[in-house]
Design a protein around this ligand. Structure first.
Ligand SMILES: Nc1ncnc2c1ncn2[C@@H]1O[C@H](COP(=O)(O)OP(=O)(O)O)[C@@H](O)[C@H]1O
Ligand SMILES: [Mg+2]
Length: 362
């Protein structure tokens, strides 16, 4: 799939932009702070419903303006679609799909599918587990609406349970806690099941791309690490019994110590866990393999590639890895930002768009 038109109004430093695009590779070039990342952020917003770099929607509204509007037309296997997001300083975010307003944000997620790859993603292996959970959630929410809603439910139940823990023991209430244990493990079940399926499908693809990137003898494996161990059908019961066994600890900590909000993915190279024992080079190669695996898995699952957003990531990779990554872009709409054209970028059949002070020149 690809974005055929991107339209911004009062978004970040863009007063107005209308950018026609094709299913090709675009390189957005420009100096620092001109608006390159802002463009990719707009595309990510249309795809995931939120920014990849701020949790506050109003940050994206142009200074001194009351609202921002971001719209994209996309071409997909099943036809053309538009997604339209209006951010306001005083009202809730509004979303229109094909011109019609939707009441649940979840209904827009994944209408335009994208994979963002930025320098922080290169550190995903050595970063804390929350980054890896975010990776799973961003991918799964786009690919499965039911996952998005399950995650919302889980987070809501978790909040309630933590709220109760904060009031305890003054209020007593172990019985009430037991009820929330049940609800939490119930809500956790579909998330753990989907994450496990996801990581087990990713792992062989990671292995393949890692081999292509490194040619090494050791194979890379990605392994889902739920906060409680067990077979798929036992996970819910395992979580429930673990929550009960650790009730006292949770009450003391005033926080829930087990559940999907504590999950992780392990990356093993041979028998070495790269999270703790990888060199920076090994960790980055694994991160790159993971991103390529993600692209490929989305293609397998939906029959077409998502839009690839590469934000300043090439300058962080050596020439050989740049070539490997760029060598995989055939048939993918890629929006790439760069401060300058590296040798490998020069070889790409790409269109170059210059970005300066919130305007584009092509
Ligand atoms: N809400 C906003 N309103 C106006 N300008 C903004 C807003 N948010 C960020 N900017 C401006 O956007 C520019 C940064 O854009 P960005 O896309 O991150 O740059 P780069 O080209 O380096 O990727 C800066 O000049 C910043 O002042
Ligand atoms: Mg930038």
């Amino acid at each position: 799939m690809y974005i055929s038109k991107l339209q911004l109004r009062n978004f970040r430093n863009y007063e107005y932009l209308e950018l026609p695009l094709e299913n090709e590779i675009y390189i957005f070039m420009g100096e620092n702070a001109q608006g390159k990342t802002n463009l990719l952020e707009a595309a990510a917003l249309l795809s995931t419903g939120k920014s990849h770099r701020t949790a506050r929607d109003r940050d994206m509204i142009r200074i001194n303006e009351p609202f921002a509007r971001v719209k994209a037309e996309s071409v997909q296997q099943d036809g053309e679609h538009t997604v339209d997001v209006v951010l306001s300083r005083s009202e809730k975010k509004r979303v229109l799909l094909n011109g019609l307003p939707i009441s649940r944000i979840g209904d827009m997620i994944g209408q335009i599918k994208s994979v963002m790859f930025s320098p922080e993603d290169l550190d995903i292996i050595k970063a804390g587990p929350s980054q890896r959970r975010r990776f799973m959630d961003l991918d799964r929410c786009q690919m499965k609406k039911s996952y998005f809603y399950a995650l919302n439910t889980y987070n809501h139940v978790l909040e309630q349970r933590n709220h109760l823990l904060k009031l305890m023991p003054a209020k007593g209430g172990e019985d009430t806690l037991f009820i929330w244990d049940e609800k939490l493990s119930e809500a956790a079940q579909p998330i753990m099941a989907e994450r496990r399926r996801f990581v087990s499908k990713l792992s062989p693809l990671c292995e393949r791309f890692h081999y292509e990137l490194s040619g090494g003898r050791e194979s890379l494996k990605a392994i889902y690490e739920p906060s409680v161990m067990g077979e798929e059908e036992e996970l819910k019961e395992k979580l429930l019994s673990t929550l009960r066994q650790n009730a006292e600890r949770d009450i003391k900590n005033k926080a829930t110590g087990f559940g999907p909000h504590k999950d992780d993915i392990a990356f093993k190279l041979g028998d070495r866990d790269l999270r703790w024992f990888g060199s920076q080079g090994q960790q980055r190669t694994a991160a790159l393999a993971l991103k390529l695996a993600q692209l490929e898995l989305i293609k397998e699952e939906m029959g077409e590639y998502p839009v690839l957003l590469l934000d300043d990531v090439l300058s962080e990779l050596d020439a050989a890895r740049q070539e490997r990554l760029l060598g995989r872009l055939e048939g993918i709409q890629a929006l790439i930002t760069a401060a300058e054209l590296s040798e490998s970028l020069k070889k790409l059949p790409a269109r170059i768009i210059r970005v300066k002070e919130g305007r584009v020149y092509f």
